[in-house]
Write a protein that binds this ligand. Structure first.
Ligand code: FES
Ligand SMILES: [Fe+2]
Length: 393
């Protein structure tokens, strides 16, 4: 007998995506996919020599430290002896010593000292280590299987100038909705209209198209006057784009060439890392340094970004009226993390302006399906030096 109203699998609404696009947890297709790439894990300046810190990346905990040679090291978060947290320990030259019973590991992960044990026992013990590299003021690590890909994953933009790192920010949502926002050029005319940071490119709304490349996806935003803005989306989680100068930095160096990276902390949190080239030289560079000093002083006394975002979400602050040294970031986080810790992709109405997002989801879903089925995943390349973002205004 067929029961009326019984919910058979045929009657269930079909899910728009048959793979979990958002997760990067270890062992999941999304986790295997993202672990093929170098992942930005820390601001270089925030890791002085001799310091060890805990980090959480893609749902796993690690210890990062910098030894006296200056090279950053990433190791497992727990000591293989009895599981103490390694960042509590001592950095000794390029080695790290556990604070619990003094076992010491060199930077290849070999246990080289065990004060209370018999000689030779140490040869049986290793701590897991991960390859690292440092580029344009950021520390990267490789968490995948086999040999790490080419380093650095993107070149320093050509042209005379100075590297500017904007301090990294924790963001309480999944990395993918932030990466997707980077493909959404229409939002700048609305989200960033208070404060006017993007006024120069908000004069009309672009028609968006996108093309897959060996290194990710090239996206175009074409204006009615024929101008085309070109933005580079580097697989798996970074955008290279010309952006407005930081707060208080107008008038020096024009629009910086920025790489903004959305590193998953876990499925419901990410951290934004931003490094850029500011094209200022000579006297202009002098003025740049003065302005930047002022800006950093203002930033020190500014309210934490996430506190301001919370007040916007609760209605205490009116979005339109908010002012902050990193206003564009406040606005972006309010909107993107406001979509939910993991945005619901089943209930959206994607339109013409979402063409970049649709294109990336198609690429990502294809790769995750290939990984699920055990097929040959795409071989990605680092970004070549002759491909640069274009302002288009
Ligand atoms: S737990 Fe690290 S030395 Fe014992
Ligand atoms: Fe934005």
């Amino acid at each position: 007998m067929t029961m009326i109203g019984h919910n058979t699998s045929e009657q269930k609404p079909r899910s728009r995506y048959d793979v979990d696009l958002a997760t990067t947890n270890p062992g999941t297709p999304g986790g295997i996919f993202i672990r093929q790439f170098w992942i930005a894990v820390h601001d270089s300046a925030a890791l002085p020599a001799g310091r060890a810190l805990p980090i959480r990346i893609m749902g796993e905990n690690f210890t990062i430290y910098r030894g006296t040679s200056g090279k950053p090291q990433v190791v497992a978060n727990r000591c293989p002896h009895r599981g103490a947290q390694m960042h509590l320990g001592w950095v000794e030259n390029d080695d790290i010593r556990c604070v619990y019973h003094g076992w010491k590991f060199d930077c290849s992960g070999k246990c080289v000292e065990q004060p209370a044990e018999e000689e030779g026992f140490n040869e049986k013990v290793n701590i897991r280590t991960y390859p690292t590299g440092e580029h344009m003021g950021l520390i990267f690590a490789y968490f995948g299987e086999g040999e790490a890909p080419h380093f650095p994953p993107f070149p320093e933009p050509a042209g005379k100038g100075v590297i500017e790192v904007r301090p990294s920010t924790p963001v309480p949502c999944n990395y993918l909705q932030c990466f997707e926002n980077s493909m959404d050029e229409v939002h700048v005319a609305f989200t960033h209209s208070p404060g006017g940071s993007h006024a120069k490119i908000a004069y009309d709304l672009p028609i968006i198209t996108a093309e897959e490349r060996d290194w990710g996806m090239m996206r175009y935003g074409k204006r009615k006057n024929g101008q085309v803005r070109e933005t580079l989306h580097l697989a798996p989680n970074a955008v290279r784009v010309l952006v407005p100068p930081n707060f208080g930095m107008d008038g020096v160096g024009g629009w910086p060439d920025m790489v903004l990276i959305f590193t998953p902390v876990d499925d419901e949190n990410c951290r934004w890392f931003a490094t850029s080239k500011v094209f200022a030289t000579g006297e202009e560079l002098q003025r740049y340094h003065e302005k930047r000093k002022d800006m950093l002083t203002k930033l020190e006394t500014a309210r934490p970004i996430l506190d301001v975002v919370d007040d916007i979400w609760s209605g205490k602050l009116v979005y339109e009226d908010v002012r902050h040294p990193m206003l564009a970031r406040v606005q972006d986080i309010a909107v993107q993390a406001g979509q939910g810790a993991i945005a619901n992709r089943e209930s959206e109405f994607l339109g013409r302006s979402d063409a970049g997002i649709v294109a990336w989801r198609r690429i990502l879903a294809r790769e995750l399906r290939t990984i699920t089925e055990g097929g040959a995943a795409k071989k990605w390349s680092p970004l070549p030096a002759d491909i640069n973002p274009v302002m288009g205004a």
